[in-house]
Design a protein. Structure first.
Length: 307
């Protein structure tokens, strides 16, 4: 019978999980993590009073004009726990060259699944026109896969102009699904603009300069959408969309940015031995976070950018 003391926190495996990275995941680059001291709480939302001009002239001996700004404690977050577990049989560990290796492998697999869930959640949010209300949906000849008629540079320019007019912040990030990036690399409009660059190879850095943003993020992560036991169905998480955004490089209490990931605790790995199954369970939990829009006006969705 499992008792409380049989469950132990494994610092080494916790370190593996926390430090595990996968270059294909970009969610935390779009909604940066913001550490909070409580699992649930509220955050302040500022209005645009700071952009209203107030006359600053002051006559001799008179008080200065007093200004104010709108502030509401209306943003609510709840950092839900995310947890998964896996099982490593004794036979697997016995056949491994290093005893700890299968547990490390299991930890990395579970961590990747947790990160994939995080990635899919954000990609779904950013592809939702009800949440990213500044958007356009391309179809037919306007899609960037139509090399004769489409205008990706003009579409991104419209997105940048829309964001700046709504926030007075210069958009600094372009997020492209892998299929969108691949199509852009072959688009005559893009090739014409970069053909004189070194080697003529289209890179994220070249696209960033072309579209007048600081960085281009490529959503390369994929997932298997098939029900377990059925034929695999592989798909890209970020779909065929493009997103222009302003992402504040310095996240704080009074910053404007597209969104943040409120984080309460870091992942923790627990393990316990199952006498009946003769193996070790590895469980990763206390991954407490929630992804929240802060200023949706900092984003512009180009849905179905390619066919």
């Amino acid at each position: 019978m499992l008792v409380q003391q049989d469950v132990v926190v494994d610092p080494a495996l916790s370190n593996v999980s926390v430090k595990y990275t996968n270059d294909s995941f970009i969610a935390d680059l779009i909604f940066p993590t913001f550490k909070v001291g409580k699992q649930t709480g509220k955050y302040y939302i500022y209005d645009k009073s700071n952009l209203r001009r107030d006359k600053s002239n002051r006559a001799a001996g008179s008080p200065s004009n007093e200004v104010d700004f709108g502030l509401s404690l209306s943003g609510v977050f709840a950092c839900d726990d995310h947890a998964l577990k896996g099982f490593v049989a004794d036979e697997i560990q016995e056949q491994a060259e290093a005893a700890l290796s299968p547990l490390v492998d299991e930890t990395e697999v579970i961590t990747e699944k947790l990160m994939l869930d995080r990635e899919v959640t954000l990609a779904t949010m950013l592809a939702d026109t009800a949440q990213v209300t500044q958007n356009t949906t391309l179809s037919g000849t306007s899609q960037w896969s139509d090399y004769s008629n489409s205008d990706p540079v003009g579409d991104v320019r419209t997105a940048r102009t829309t964001i700046h007019a709504a926030t007075f912040k210069k958009p600094n990030t372009l997020i492209l699904g892998k299929q969108v990036f691949d199509q852009l690399c072959e688009h005559p409009q893009i090739i014409e603009r970069v053909k004189y660059s070194q080697l003529g190879v289209i890179t994220e850095e070249l696209l960033a300069r072309l579209f007048q943003v600081e960085k281009v993020l490529i959503g390369e992560a994929g997932q298997n959408t098939a029900v377990e036991g059925q034929t695999d169905v592989l798909a890209y998480v970020w779909g065929k969309h493009a997103i222009v955004a302003y992402i504040n490089p310095k996240i704080g209490l009074k910053t404007v940015t597209l969104g943040v990931t409120f984080t309460y605790k870091e992942r923790q790995v627990k393990r316990w031995y199952d006498q009946d199954r003769e193996g070790t369970y590895v469980r990763i939990g206390q991954d407490n976070y929630v992804q929240k829009f802060i200023a949706s006006a900092c984003g512009y969705l180009i849905k179905n950018a390619v066919a």
